[in-house]
Design a binder for this molecule. Structure first.
Ligand code: BES
Ligand code: ZN
Ligand code: ZN
Length: 483
């Protein structure tokens, strides 16, 4: 998508469709000498989500779409959703260029509103179209958004976040035979090529063997596709005292391994790399927004399949930090690949805080549904920061406990740990978190279980339905704002 931001005082250029946001109860004055039939104007109330399409009778626009945004306190979510409605309608009408006008530059939270509207415009125009043999083309390619001041600052940020969200969703939605671990490496390479401040390191299986990542490598042994550990590092131009690390589960397909999953919804397991997609999307945004903090992104990338060399229930592996793990269920593989990535982060990167995102457990879907990510960790301040960031950007986070009993339940009888707890424990998401806690050392850390929020969310215009949500990208960037 191309976005331009002409200033208010500039004469409006010709446009297929002029979209105007209308507050309820405010006299409707369309700018740029655009005239529409009196009836269209009179019968439009401006209540939230009301829409009216009409031909223009005069001025630089062919048609005009009025969009109501209500009269209450303007909420970012309303604008995000209105932005998406606009994009969807423009696409349906087959227009290539829209111009969006409003009178929100002077609002108290102009920056937040500009950001939300633009996120909605970009996220609402997301489509996975290029695998179709026909009608591949997406008609809406250009948005002109008239704005200035703080609102414009928000628009520019919203554009980057919207595009990064769409990047994450494209990675998620791409079928697993087209988004293998090696394809994630290619995507990471493209992100690093987009900025001289983002450097890429890729560890192949040999290199991971040298680092003694026995836990991660045991998972990829069951597949023909080689595993990789992707490490992207962004460094600000002026040296920063803080360093954060985002780790994303990059399981490009999870069949369960020898503990094979039932076939009913197995195709959804192409989404098991959603954590990886989120952190790569976040790095794509970081490369553009250039925050003042050092940001590292890790993606352990692998498949989990039942091949001849696959893990067998009862097998014992040794992680990079020397802990031995008895694999009682080969389908609890996310924690096995994350374990080594977290140890690598703790030892090689030594961040001030660390957040992992993973589609780790079906249990989090049962507990929290699709509108929340479940959060567990070892640091109350970091947890609070993430919950607050979630409220601010609309990607909600709900804390779950790691009780000492959960940690006990993950102790092994043969090895130090086992990768699942006994059947009587319950708390499937918390025990997953309890397992990971063994690999983060003393680093303040939060684990986000995004198995519910990464796809399957209710329709919110800009996301939801049968595609990935790109959850995590906007949340992580909001968290970085606290530095
Ligand atoms: N990728 C799955 C988690 C998952 C399941 C995400 C369903 C979304 C929907 C993960 O690797 C897994 O299989 N976890 C097991 C853990 C169990 C064996 C302790 C699960 O949740 O069933
Ligand atoms: Zn699994
Ligand atoms: Zn999995």
């Amino acid at each position: 998508m191309k976005l331009t931001t002409p200033p208010r005082n500039k004469k409006l250029a010709k446009t297929d469709l002029f979209v105007f946001l209308v507050r309820k109860g405010v006299d409707l004055v369309i700018p740029g000498e655009i005239k529409i039939p009196a009836l269209a104007k009179e019968s439009f109330s401006g209540k939230t989500r009301e829409m009216r399409l009409t031909d223009a009778t005069k001025g630089p626009a062919k048609r005009v779409l009025l969009v109501g945004i209500g009269n209450g306190e303007l909420d970012k979510e309303i604008l995000r959703r209105c932005g998406a409605l606009i994009a969807k309608n423009a696409e349906k009408m087959g227009v290539n260029l829209i111009t969006v006008g409003h009178d929100l530059d002077g609002e108290a939270n102009a920056m937040g509103l500009g950001q939300a509207l633009t996120e909605g415009l970009i996220m609402g125009s997301y489509r996975l179209q290029h695998f179709k043999s026909k009608n591949k083309k997406i008609s809406l390619e250009r948005i002109r958004l008239v704005c200035e001041g703080e609102f414009k600052k928000g628009v520019l940020r919203g554009f980057v976040l919207g595009e990064a969200n769409c990047l994450a969703r494209r990675l998620q939605d791409t079928p697993a035979n087209r988004m293998r671990p090696c394809d994630l490496v290619k995507e990471a390479r493209a992100i690093s090529a987009s900025s001289d401040q983002v450097k890429l390191k890729v560890f192949d299986e040999k290199a991971m063997g040298r680092m003694k990542m026995g836990s991660l490598l045991s998972v990829s042994r069951g597949s023909q596709e080689p595993a990789y550990l992707i490490h992207l590092a962004y460094r600000p131009k002026t040296k920063s005292r803080s360093k954060v690390c985002f780790v994303g589960k990059g399981l490009t397909f999870d069949a369960g391994g020898i503990s094979l999953k039932p076939s009913a919804k197995m195709h959804e397991m192409k989404y098991d790399m959603s954590g990886g997609a989120a952190v790569l999307g976040a790095m794509a945004a970081v490369a553009q927004l250039k925050p003042k903090v050092e940001v590292h992104v890790l993606v352990p990338a692998s498949e989990n399949l039942p091949d001849g060399k696959a893990n067998k229930p009862g097998d014992l592996v040794t992680a990079m930090n020397g802990l031995t793990i008895e694999i009682l269920n080969t389908d609890a593989e996310g924690r096995l690949i994350l374990a080594d990535a977290l140890v690598y982060a703790e030892r090689a990167i030594k961040p001030n805080s660390m957040i992992d995102l993973a589609t780790l457990t079906g249990a989090v879907v049962v507990g929290l549904g699709h509108e929340y990510s479940g959060a567990m960790g070892n640091d109350a301040t970091l947890m609070e920061a993430l919950v607050a960031a979630g409220k601010c950007c609309g990607e909600l986070v709900w804390p779950l406990p790691i009780h000492p009993q959960h940690e006990k339940d993950m102790k092994g009888s043969v090895g130090d740990l086992q990768n699942i707890s006994g059947p009587a424990t319950g708390a499937g998401s918390s025990t997953g978190g309890a397992f990971l806690k063994n690999f983060v050392g003393d680093i303040p850390w939060v684990h986000l279980d995004i198995a519910g929020s990464a796809w399957g969310a209710a329709d919110r215009d800009y996301q939801g339905g049968a595609s990935g949500t790109g959850v995590g990208v906007r949340l992580l960037l909001e968290y970085l704002e606290s530095f």
